[in-house]
Design a protein around this ligand. Structure first.
Ligand code: HEM
Length: 544
């Protein structure tokens, strides 16, 4: 059971155990900086659910596991202060905005964002996202290659800005805007915890980018002021919003909050989208299940709506499992303002405490076989995430991600379109399956290139490959499995395929055609049916 300040008076002033190996001045900075996840995992394995390390002079206490997470997330702001720890965002969001604002102002500013990230406005977002995805892939053709992360970054900046900021902001976006965002993201660096304004090129580019973005945003605010017709988007909601005392947000605050919202949702969602496709591309079985669900649910041209996106549990579980293994925020930080107690330990005021979604998600007692990608964990029968504060990719408590529903909507809408149009194959699997820990928001290491092929073409290829029994050599389908037809055994398709007449048609010459060209009959399923119904067992399907 969790022991919190309020439940028990702690008598011994026992400090959390410390990690060995701190260097003079640097502390554990070098090890941590090299790979923060490896380091935190090592700390958990060495010291357990609470342990201390040092970044330069700063003492940090890492807390992991459901009980420690609960204590972390439920502590009041006056004791564990989020703002203090996120001061590194001040150069990006602006002075006096969100994490730099006094607590009562910060709470009100965050509250002003809530109406646009929930409920009613969400219903319109699904269409906007679908439209953006369709536009992004309009010129893809039958086949090609993309860098997955770059693609997702571009797509999600369009989807989130279009949904949250409205049409005119979306259509004024250009390459300059993308570059500004890139420089802001690069400016979020662990070094900024200690020296936020060090004259490094990366921080100089960050500050320049922020100033330029404010110019652009302020220009749009001014244009809107001259229009008689009012927009109905987050931008307008912020223009119209008032504090409890009736005063309005300043242009500087609006700019900062818009940056903050887009920023909070952009890189986190892009990384998750890229990881989702990377994981699915490596796992034909999971991909087949997702395709089956999407094809069944949406059909060929089924409309992707807010409601229909709520009814695809297989894809939802896949995204949840991606977020378990690859949470973009691998650690969350609070500054201890008043001594904080957890079980038998006291963390002294002045230190920082961290929770780590990534480490907590890999505790075998909570998620058995934790490295295994297994979306079935969330099934009704298993419910491995049922224990409170075990699955914390979106954080928890008062500061739980306010954009979580919007993020899930975006991800589901994106894949409801992409996966029904194209299949994806990793070009260099080994290189494309790594996290980039050099950024505070962890994403797949770029480049992570994939080859895409229009699904209809894949189906035609399957028909061809199965129709030619002299293809004794194995045929590599672009889908993560191999079809082998043994010429010695094969007695002609006309015999074996009659068992599945609704799926295959054989002409007089023995050539086979796959029926039902609609995408819901996916390649793997067809191939497995062929294997199943071949009486001579000439067809073999091997998952790669
Ligand atoms: C997969 C995508 C996302 C992930 C994994 C994610 C994760 C998180 C986490 C872990 C926190 C808590 C931080 C803490 O406790 O210190 C958080 C907070 C927040 N997120 Fe997200 N987020 C995502 C997408 C979004 C989106 C799309 C938006 C908005 C458009 C958004 C807006 C926010 C805001 C405003 C907060 C601050 C909440 C508060 O302090 O009251 N996030 N997010």
């Amino acid at each position: 059971m969790t022991t919190t300040n309020t439940e028990k008076t702690i008598s011994p002033d026992q400090q959390p155990p410390k990690m060995p190996g701190a260097l003079p001045l640097l502390g554990h900075m070098l090890e941590f900086g090299k790979n923060p996840f490896d380091y935190m995992m090592r700390l958990r394995n060495t010291l357990g659910e609470i342990g201390e390390f040092r970044m330069f002079h700063q003492k940090m206490v890492l807390m992991t596991g459901p009980e420690a997470n609960e204590a972390f997330f439920r502590a009041p702001d006056a004791q564990l202060d989020q703002s203090q720890a996120y001061k590194i965002m001040t150069p990006i969001f602006g002075k006096g905005v969100v994490f730099d604002a006094p607590p009562h102002k910060k709470d009100q500013q965050l509250k002003m964002l809530m109406p646009v990230l929930r409920d009613k406005p969400m219903r319109g977002y699904a269409q906007v996202i679908v439209q953006e995805v369709e536009e992004m892939i309009a010129n893809w053709g039958d086949t090609g290659e993309i860098d997955l992360l770059e693609f997702m970054k571009e797509l999600t900046i369009y989807t989130s800005s279009h949904c949250l900021l409205g049409d005119e902001f979306r259509y004024e976006l250009n390459e300059e805007f993308a570059k500004i965002y890139h420089d802001l993201e690069k400016g979020v660096n662990p070094l900024a915890f200690v020296f936020p304004y060090l004259p490094l090129p990366v921080f100089r580019r960050r500050d320049k980018a922020r100033a330029r973005l404010q110019e652009l945003v302020t220009g749009i605010i001014a244009k809107r002021a001259q229009k008689t017709e009012k927009s109905e988007d987050a931008f307008q909601l912020l223009i119209d919003a008032t504090y409890d005392d009736g005063s309005s947000l300043s242009a500087h605050e609006i700019t900062g909050m818009l940056i903050g919202t887009i920023f909070a949702g952009h890189h986190t969602t892009a990384g998750t989208a890229a990881w989702t496709l990377l994981e699915l591309a490596r796992r034909p079985e999971n991909m087949a299940q997702v395709l089956d669900e999407l094809d069944t649910h949406f059909g060929v041209d089924g409309e992707v709506t807010f409601q229909s996106l709520r009814e695809i549990p297989v894809l939802e579980s896949v995204i949840k499992e991606v977020l378990r293994l690859h949470p973009p925020l691998i650690f969350l930080i609070r500054k201890v303002m008043q001594d904080f107690h957890f079980k038998d330990y006291t963390v002294k005021a002045g230190k920082y405490v961290c929770a780590s979604p990534r480490v907590s998600h890999r505790i075998a007692e909570v998620f058995p076989d934790p490295e295994k990608f297994d979306p079935d964990r969330y099934s009704d029968a298993r419910q491995e995430d049922a224990k409170p504060y075990s699955w914390i990719a979106f954080g928890g408590g008062k500061h739980k991600c306010s954009g979580n529903a919007f993020a899930m909507l975006q991800l589901k809408a994106i894949f409801s379109i992409l996966l029904r149009r194209y299949t994806f194959e990793l070009i260099n699997e080994k290189d494309s399956y790594q996290d980039d820990f050099t950024q505070m928001v962890v994403q797949p290491l770029s480049p992570c290139r994939v080859r895409y092929v229009k699904r209809k073409n894949i189906n035609e290829q399957a028909a061809e490959s199965i129709a030619q029994p002299d293809g004794q050599e194995s045929r590599q389908a672009d889908y993560g499995f191999t079809i082998q037809i043994d010429k010695e055994l094969c007695q002609g398709h006309a015999t074996c395929m009659t068992e599945a007449p609704e799926l295959f048609q054989v002409d007089d010459a023995g050539n086979l055609t796959v029926l039902q060209e609609q995408p819901q009959l996916d390649l793997l399923f067809k191939a497995q049916q062929a294997e199943k119904y071949c009486p001579t067992k000439a067809i073999k399907i091997k998952l790669n």
